[in-house]
Design a protein around this ligand. Structure first.
Ligand SMILES: [Zn+2]
Ligand SMILES: [Zn+2]
Length: 280
């Protein structure tokens, strides 16, 4: 079984009730953090997951809302890992990820220096192991295999989706993307597809052109649902709601997805959890 927790279901606009985009996937005892938006570690703390418990960090793309708390993840993992010779945190993302990780560690360079000077048992800066990929198998350890493929979030490029397989179940995380063949292929017959969504019917009515611009590189609820249908996915999990789902509006969002997809549809608030059993 694979367990999916929507740690943060928000968007770039701060929301008092929704953290930034971030999803936790638990598979065969391994914990994968997919994107690390604003407030991710606070949400993870609510389910007793700490930065030091993460197996790997997976990044779909390098938009600020998806990496806002990268520094917090790196530094907090470092200062809360107490054993000697801490293992490097694997970070898997698209090309550009190394630059972002290096720059983040540079930004926290003073902090890292203070702590190295202060704590005798901290002897090295945060250890990371960055892999940049756009397709293929990126992980095969302890019963969990992960494959990536390109998505289409242009002009943000390259961007990737992840397919995590364990114990006969497959979960795909699309990130931000418009419908595209490579995502359809990545999601083919998956047990679950976690897809970010935007209500074009609402966003298109807003007065600011800069806000309207975002419609052209995200999937609407209906488009995400149509992707799930084309790919033969069993469960569609919606997240990264733009705008945030207003209280009492969940069924309206669900109905938009249901018009294009017959399977199980999951959506909700931060910490919404979905268990995915293998297809039997
Ligand atoms: Zn994005
Ligand atoms: Zn986003």
């Amino acid at each position: 079984m694979i367990e999916i927790t929507l740690l943060g279901t928000g968007s770039p606009i701060p929301d008092p009730n929704r953290a930034g985009p971030s999803t936790l996937v638990r598979a065969d005892g391994q914990l994968f953090l997919v994107d690390c938006g604003r407030g991710v570690l606070q949400r993870a703390a609510a389910i007793d997951v700490g930065a030091n418990g993460l197996t790997a960090l997976l990044l779909t793309h390098l938009h600020s809302d998806h990496i806002a708390d990268l520094g917090d993840v790196l530094i907090t993992r470092w200062v809360t890992t107490f054993g000697p010779d801490p293992a490097a945190l694997p970070i898997i993302g698209p090309p550009g990820t190394s630059d972002v990780v290096e720059a983040t560690l540079t930004a926290f360079g003073h902090d890292i220096g203070y702590r190295l000077a202060h704590h005798a048992d901290l002897t090295a800066p945060p250890a990371v192991e960055v892999g940049e990929h756009t397709e293929g198998v990126v992980w095969d350890r302890g019963g969990v295999a992960i494959r990536v493929a390109p998505t289409d979030h242009r002009p943000v490029a390259p961007t990737i989706g992840f397919r995590i397989e364990s114990g006969g179940a497959a979960v795909v995380l699309a990130g931000d993307t418009v419908p595209c063949d490579s995502l359809d292929e990545l999601a083919r017959d998956a047990d679950a597809l976690v897809h970010t969504v935007l209500r074009k019917d609402i966003v298109e009515l807003l007065p600011q052109q800069r806000i309207k611009d975002i419609c052209d590189y995200h999937s609407s609820v209906q488009e995400a649902a149509a992707t799930a249908t084309r790919a033969g996915v069993r469960t569609l999990i919606l997240t990264h709601y733009v705008p945030g789902i207003a209280p009492g509006q969940e069924e309206q969002w669900r109905a938009l997805a249901a018009a294009e997809f017959d399977g199980r549809i999951e959506l909700g608030d931060d910490l919404h959890r979905v268990e995915i059993a293998p297809r039997s």
